[in-house]
Design a protein around this ligand. Structure first.
Ligand code: NAD
Length: 266
């Protein structure tokens, strides 16, 4: 068993993915990181490359949609120390449109993007309370704030934003803060198939963004690290878009409304 008197533990789910790996790397400066993923091989690869920097990151295989797996995860993570941070980052989209959605893709989108995050919170509920200053960050999406396709995933992410507020309101008395981060388009392995279908997919997406740079995994990790840190000690129940302005609006419509070239691209 590891020394429990040192750094507290941050649980980061979906840590084999690009955003999760960036979050795990960032939080490893302040925490021991329990890196969780269903894909153990990929997770081991991520952890071994991050650990070359001398970081304290332990891999845990878990299917977050499986209750027995979650129970085992709670028991195993408790062996490495006191959990004070949970980052629910694992997520993926199955249904492309409502027309194509089936009961199976709807169930899988809701199970991973909403239910798994809440069940993971319940798994570590007592640990977060016991830490006296627990923090939860749920990785939502701009899809939880407006309609951009993948409707069942988006509805689940909107639910996750609500669940974040619910945790903030009910658990504030225990010193627990809960916030969400809503990334815009981030180039990760989740985009592989779409990029193969259309190599210009990121350039086309960028044309809708007011700020002409797409967020990278490290930008999401910076936001998470801030929300987890004491600098954010009075911030709870918010959803912080890290979206290069996408949810603020898109210049094309004001261009039409005003007929002003001030909204034209450079
Ligand atoms: N990439 C983007 O453009 C983007 C935009 C908005 C929101 N997000 C959100 O950011 C988060 C990370 O996205 P990403 O792009 O890094 O995705 P990713 O596909 O690269 O990583 C997701 C990880 O979750 C893991 N996972 C999937 N199902 C699991 C399960 N049942 N149990 C445990 N682990 C499981 C996968 O193995 C994978 O390693 C997701 O919640 C996603 O919805 C991503």
């Amino acid at each position: 068993m590891t020394d429990k008197t040192s750094k507290p533990v941050a649980v980061v789910t979906g840590a084999a993915g690009d955003i999760g790996a960036a979050i795990a790397a960032h939080l490893s400066h302040s925490h021991r990181v329990a890196a969780v993923d269903i894909d153990l091989e990929a997770l081991k690869g991520t952890v071994s490359s991050l650990s070359q920097g001398g970081t304290d990151i332990t891999p845990f295989r878990c299917d977050l949609t499986d209750a027995a797996d979650l129970k085992r995860l709670g028991e195993a993570v408790r062996q490495i120390g006191q959990v004070d941070t949970l980052v629910n980052n694992a997520g993926a989209a199955a249904s492309l449109t409502l027309h194509q959605m089936t009961p199976e893709t709807l169930a899988s989108d809701v199970a991973l993007n909403l239910e798994a995050a809440l069940n993971c919170f319940k798994t570590f509920e007592q640990d977060l309370i016991g830490s006296g200053s627990g923090t939860v960050v749920n990785i939502a999406s701009v899809n939880g704030l407006a309609a951009f396709g993948h409707p069942a995933y988006s509805a689940a992410k909107a639910g996750l934003i609500h669940a974040t507020r619910a945790i903030a309101v009910e658990y504030g008395k225990y010193g627990i803060r809960a916030n969400a981060v809503a990334p815009g388009t981030v180039k990760t392995q989740a985009w592989k198939i779409r990029q193969e279908a259309n190599p210009d997919v990121f350039e086309e997406a960028l044309s809708w963004y007011p700020f002409k740079t797409l967020p990278e995994p490290s930008d999401i990790a910076e936001a998470v690290a801030f929300l987890v840190s004491p600098s954010a000690r009075c911030i709870t129940g918010v959803c912080l878009p890290v979206d290069s302005g996408l949810t603020a609006g898109s210049p094309a419509l004001p261009r039409t409304f005003t007929q002003s070239s001030d909204f034209d691209g450079l």
